[in-house]
Design a protein around this ligand. Structure first.
Ligand SMILES: Nc1ncnc2c1ncn2[C@@H]1O[C@H](COP(=O)(O)OP(=O)(O)OP(=O)(O)O)[C@@H](O)[C@H]1O
Length: 597
């Protein structure tokens, strides 16, 4: 699904976020209360300036004298100073509490959303991950979530501040002079109308920016993953140009958005200038005419400043809001992505035997053609079966169905007689030890990697599994042995070493069903023979399904299924198939170079 259509899925992302995080509402309200207290306390000093001017000009007839019943100007000013001190303490304390609350809220939502989005992503169909770059998913889980945090941390408190400003200053003006209220507030409808117009213009621009971020992130992560290929083809310059192109697209889209949002600032400033000039001039004339107290006039001039200039921030806030909205839309779209291969609810009776059956299975990928056609296949419990056939015949696709990475288009896959679609993950994947064609080792020690499927395994069990995969003597030859760090920041293992560690990882689980997809393709013949011997021992305890190109790997299997273009073309033991003289026999004679075994 493209980023644009993703963004379109969630129409009102912030409302959806509000619904989703009900548990944060209490803290949200408290943060608003604290910001309000802070803002009120923030306005008071300006009123105190007016009151001080009033005290100096009118003495015992001042507003403060009336209010406190204090005659002396000195005492009145001392009172004002005391009030100022108290207000300052309240302002500072509330500012601190509000900042902690807003940041805590932003961090909390950011954290929850990131973890929820990641968790959802890992439950999505493998095909979903294969249809987009890892970098694009990373951009959503990382950049988009950070963007949202900025909006929550900076944007929302700023919007609130501005709104409170307008309200509080509005009250002061309303009490002082209705006329001046009108003049000072003149710019506000212009600013609001302008915001709405700009918001509508910015929305698609920021959706586009988020899409470009995702493209860039995807291109960068793909290139870093393929750095060896880039180097081997001396394609550095070409790839640099390609990244430059994607980065330019991002820069240009961002600049377009920035140009639009920046155009808002002069509009706001012009409106502000008009409002401020009106208050300054008309308020001054009214004071000269004796219609307005001097103290009040000075307060109003200060207040107009305080009301209007922060409005220039509206543009920045709008920018944050739009970026945050576009990012939220993408995260929520990811969370709205349906889990198309949901777990079933049935548990298998223990011990699981590992009997596999495919009944009239038809399968394929996305909208593509069928890659498996009406396939029937049975692997009785405890037996070792092999699947062989030319490249692209559908061998890995068949294994994917057994692990339920995909579901068949029709027909059924059964484990111990139960449709795998009905099984919970623990019964299905918990019973399977799988070694994929592309081995993936996590960043961690060799022992951590072997124990990945059974983190509570003892060192003895880890070593036994390593022995089963014929990798123990290699590991023991390393300086740090099983504590050697591998994966992204560790030693680089050879293809065969990686395969054997992955095999040890699968064996340690003592699975009911061992599924090996070209699991020993990268090891030498001698090592393979060692692995075969230990697999035969392991095979006595479990059912094994092996895909292999090298037929020597599978010649001892109880049954060999030859797949051709998604159909079983031959099946039988090695000897039966060689005797049959078909595709298998031909392949065997090519591989041994001697015709028959
Ligand atoms: N993730 C995928 N998305 C779309 N098509 C796929 C995917 N994986 C495999 N295919 C297609 O399905 C067909 C069978 O592929 P599969 O990997 O199952 O073959 P295979 O027999 O395991 O081949 P090989 O021996 O080369 O590993 C191929 O035509 C392939 O292009």
């Amino acid at each position: 699904m493209s980023a644009v259509s993703e963004a379109a899925v969630v129409r009102r992302p912030l409302a959806a976020l509000w619904e989703r995080y009900r548990r944060y509402r209490g803290r949200f309200v408290l943060a608003i209360v604290m910001s309000t207290v802070n803002k009120v306390a923030d306005v008071v000093p300006e009123l105190l300036i007016g009151a001080a001017v009033d005290v100096v000009v009118r003495g015992s007839g001042s507003f403060v004298a009336d209010l406190l019943g204090v005659e002396s100007r000195y005492a009145q000013l001392a009172w004002l100073a005391a009030i100022n001190l108290a207000v300052w303490v309240i302002e500072s304390a509330s500012e601190y509490v509000a900042a902690v609350l807003w940041r805590g809220l932003a961090q909390g939502i950011e954290h929850d959303l990131r973890v929820e989005a990641y968790d959802h992503a890992q439950h999505l169909h493998l095909g979903w991950h294969e249809s987009r770059t890892a970098g694009a998913t990373l951009a959503t889980l990382n950049d988009d979530v950070n963007q949202l945090e900025r909006m929550l941390d900076i944007g929302i408190p700023a919007i609130l501040q501005t709104a409170l400003n307008v309200l509080l200053v509005g009250i002061v003006f309303a009490v002082a002079s209705w006329q001046l209220l009108l003049y000072a507030f003149l710019p506000i409808p212009v600013i609001i109308a302008g915001s709405l117009v700009f918001q509508r213009r910015l929305e698609p621009l920021y959706d586009d920016v988020r899409e470009k971020v995702s493209d860039l992130s995807g291109a960068l992560s793909a290139n870093l993953a393929g750095i060896a290929t880039i180097k081997s083809f001396t394609a550095e310059e070409r790839e640099r140009d390609r990244i430059e192109e994607v980065s330019s697209a991002y820069r240009d889209t961002n600049l377009r958005a920035i140009r639009s949002s920046a155009a808002f600032v002069p509009l706001v400033r012009m409106a502000i200038l008009a409002g401020f000039t009106c208050t300054l001039l008309l308020g001054g004339w009214a004071t000269l005419d004796g219609d307005l107290e001097l103290g009040l006039y000075s307060v109003l001039v200060f207040m107009t400043q305080r009301l209007l200039w922060p409005m220039t921030d509206v543009a920045e806030v709008l920018d944050l809001y739009q970026r945050g909205r576009a990012s939220t839309a993408r995260i929520l779209a990811l969370l709205a992505e349906p889990v198309t291969v949901p777990a079933g609810t049935r548990a298998l009776a223990r011990p699981v035997r590992g009997r596999v059956e495919l009944r009239s299975v038809r399968a394929g990928y996305a909208d593509g053609p069928d890659v498996l056609h009406d396939l029937d296949l049975v692997v009785p419990a405890g037996e070792t079966h092999a699947i062989v056939g030319p490249t692209g015949a559908g061998k890995s696709s068949l294994l994917r169905l057994v692990l339920r990475f995909d579901d068949p288009r029709s027909g059924a896959v059964l484990l111990d007689g139960t449709d795998v679609r009905d099984l919970d993950w623990d019964s299905l994947r918990g019973s399977v030890g799988y070694v994929a064609q592309d081995v993936y080792l996590f960043s961690g020690t060799i022992a951590d990697n072997i124990a990945y499927g059974r983190p509570d395994a003892s060192r003895e069990q880890v070593v036994a599994a390593a022995e089963g995969a014929a990798v123990s003597s290699y590991v023991e030859s390393l300086e740090d042995g099983y504590d050697t760090w591998v994966g992204e920041r560790g030693v680089t293992l050879s293809g065969g070493q990686r395969q054997r560690i992955a095999l040890a990882r699968a064996l340690l689980r003592e699975p009911a069903l061992l599924v090996l997809d070209e699991a020993t393709s990268a090891v030498d013949n001698e090592t393979e023979a060692a692995i075969q011997r230990s697999l035969r021992v392991a095979g006595e305890r479990c059912t094994t399904l092996v895909v292999a190109h090298r037929l020597s790997t599978v010649r001892h299997a109880h049954r060999i299924w030859v797949l051709d273009d998604g159909r079983v073309s031959e099946a039988g033991t090695h000897d039966e198939l060689v005797a049959l003289g078909g595709a298998y026999a031909a392949l065997w004679s090519v591989q041994t170079g001697e015709g028959v075994a």
